[in-house]
Design a protein around this ligand. Structure first.
Ligand SMILES: [Zn+2]
Length: 336
């Protein structure tokens, strides 16, 4: 896989790191390089598009339309149809400017097209001390950037090639060491026990619960014994979540719509799939409250963030409040 290292997409050490971790997402067998492709010992073939490995499983239904698009690009070998550019020190990546409300939620809608800085959240984790970190559904990489700044060695996956290309551009621009791969959370293309910390935010909610369970099984497989997964998901009893469910008349979610989980269901599912788990409150009134982004928000939404933070602090003393939080974190530990 040496040729991979000559592509501009990622730094050399990030590429060396990924070469050590990657396996076939179908059967987890060893990969070797053949021309522009990666091939496993049983013959499964994956394209590398301008330095980005496209490790999607083509013969299953994709969880996101962008996965289907990435596979079409992989098959055509026609990477040149994608715009290629470098960002100046003060530019904001045009892809990020466009998708900011999709990746960060409704509180960021006014920033579409006008974003002037990257909103990098603060990660509720201890310092990384060079430990290996995986973000499942990283999009343009905000959590990977947060992880790198906290001392982790981040790897991000996303089914969207456009997102992964943006993630590489932004990391390069900010001087962040991170590795990005096009992949599907249900079929992680990494060796067993590759990661100390797995993270996922606002992602598994878009999968059916069956698909989310498949992703959790893969998260456990790729976690080291002693490692943890921190996963954010929406609470079925959250005040704002109840309102959204009411608007769709409590019918079953479909396609990319949000799936709401009961706290007890989260605990049992994560305990079965990964190991001992606990819940904590992420926030209220939105599924993406980031106090670190306060200065970017309009006054009305700043008030939402302040209210959410006040309730979150109170929820430590008044347990009933935790039960109606909209956004929950599950922290699950692999113990064997
Ligand atoms: Zn294979």
């Amino acid at each position: 896989m040496n040729e991979l290292q000559h592509h501009a997409g990622q730094t050399e050490s990030a590429q060396a790191q990924i070469c050590e971790l990657l396996v076939c997402p179908r059967d987890k067998r060893h990969l070797h390089r053949e021309g522009d492709d990666l091939i496993c010992e049983t013959g499964h073939r994956y394209a590398v598009s301008e330095g980005v490995p496209i490790m999607l499983v083509s013969d299953v239904e994709q969880t996101h339309i962008e996965g289907t698009r990435a596979l079409a690009i992989a098959e055509s070998g026609n990477a040149l149809t994608l715009a290629k550019f470098n960002l100046g020190p003060n530019d904001i990546d045009p892809f990020v400017k466009n998708v900011i409300a999709a990746t960060n939620g409704g509180l960021y809608r006014h920033l579409v097209g006008t974003l002037t800085e990257y909103p990098i959240p603060s990660l509720r984790l201890p310092p990384g001390e060079n430990r290996q970190f995986l973000d499942v559904g990283c999009n343009w990489g905000r959590w990977c950037i947060a992880a790198a700044r906290l001392g982790y060695r981040p790897v991000g996956i996303d089914p969207s090639l456009k997102s992964i290309r943006a993630a590489n551009r932004v990391a390069r621009q900010l001087g962040i060491e991170a590795t990005y791969v096009v992949a599907d959370g249900r079929y992680l293309p990494f060796r067993d026990q590759s990661f100390d910390q797995v993270f996922s935010y606002s992602v598994l909610q878009h999968l059916s619960k069956e698909n989310a369970r498949s992703a959790l099984t893969e998260i456990r497989r790729t976690l080291r014994v002693g490692g943890s997964a921190l996963v954010q998901l929406p609470n079925v009893f959250g005040l704002r979540c109840l309102y959204h469910q009411m608007r769709r008349a409590f019918r079953e979610a479909r396609d990319f719509e949000v799936r709401y989980w009961m706290p007890a269901e989260l605990l049992s599912t994560f305990a079965e799939s990964i190991g001992p788990s606990e819940l904590s409150v992420d926030g209220y009134f939105s599924l993406n409250v980031q106090p670190s982004d306060l200065h970017l928000l309009i006054a009305r939404y700043r008030a939402v963030v302040h209210a959410s933070e006040a309730l979150r602090r109170l929820s430590g003393k008044i347990p009933i409040l935790a039960k109606v939080a909209d956004s929950l974190y599950v922290n699950a530990h692999r113990t064997n």
